[in-house]
Write a protein that binds this ligand. Sequence first.
Ligand code: S3P
Length: 436
Amino acid sequence: MTASPHLVTRPSGPLRGTLSVPGDKSITHRAIILSALADGEAVIGDYCRGEDCLNTVSVLQALGIPIEVARKTLKISGKGLWGLREPDRILDCGNSGTGIRLLAGLLAGQSFFSVLTGDASIRKRPMGRVVGPLRQMGATIAGRCGGELAPLAITGSRLSGIAYRSSIASAQVKSSLLFAGLFAEGTTSVTEPALSRDHTERMFAFFGIPIVRQELTVTITGRTSLGAKDVRIPGDLSAAAFFLVAASIVPGSDVTVIGVGINPTRTGILDILHDMGAQIDVLNRREQAGEPVCDLRARASELHGITINAERVLKAIDEIPILSVAAASAKGDTTFTGAAELRVKESDRLATMACELGRMGVKVEERPDGLKIRGGLSLKGAVCQSYGDHRVAMSMAVAGLIAEGETQVHDSACVATSFPDFDKYLRRLLTPSGQG
Ligand code: S3P
């Protein structure tokens, strides 16, 4: 691993040491928005300093919320449920699907006009999945292709609660409607086909907003005020995933990631790696900000291929790129099914991972809703592309650790979306003293 404008990796000695990873990106977005709506000042500690979350910070600042940004903390002066004001500029969510969709829900029920947009990737991703139900609540939203694509122009309206049955299991859709529901008259409920990550529900409860779950339906009653609360964000399991897989596939490795969130709607990666033969210990379980947290120790092991179904994919939705790297190193075939949602993430992750692993000599069959990966063949170092997708860039850098020769990942600045300094963390674990 060398410092370079590209990520560069090569076969290395074992990864060893203890680290903590950036705060959870999903939880950070939610904590910023809820703190802005609370009455009074609060501190968010160990937040995710990735660009996605910093964009959500500047959107809330443009909406009139004072936020002091320090390296480890955000100090937010909440203005109460109805305290946002009309922004005098377009609100740019950058690369963040979570940012734009949650904020669309937040802004739909205000009494002012706002415009949300993002980078080239965001402007290609589907927004109709939130615009449709928000319009059913009474929102006035215009956008390209009838509201299917950003930019989205939102004329704040009086919203009414609805009972919405979503055809996709998406935490972004569910959360967008729950944020809109905070400003709506009556109750808003969302039913999903399977339980997506429930950070919004947990954080609403943590802030004292009454929220009721009945199986796959979650219900809130709008217009309840919330008190400010300090939040310490758990480490991001989706960031830890790169080190858990790297330690599992590089012989002799032994890595402990401390303070990682293990919300059961997110732990697909642990179940999948366990079933592939990985040795990952869950240590020191505890609770933080209404979320379960632990330390995770991963040691090198012989992995074998397995079949991963839709239910498992949902609980590892952001980890399929790095799990594809684990699959490439495992003995035998690994098949992912029910993963069509990956086609509308930061990149089309089924296509991009099939192409980039293919460059390294891995046999990958791309299917409409998944991948079949033949593991256990030796990987060859290659020049890879990130497609502007942070998780693809980091996954290919990890693949380079077990490939012959050098691997370069071009266009890797996108890593800062979720994990600034990822390369430094990796280099430190690869340094014999663990000091870097
Ligand atoms: C997220 C939900 C997931 C996930 C994304 C973050 C969230 O998206 O892929 O990275 O914070 O709510 P979907 O809920 O749309 O699948």
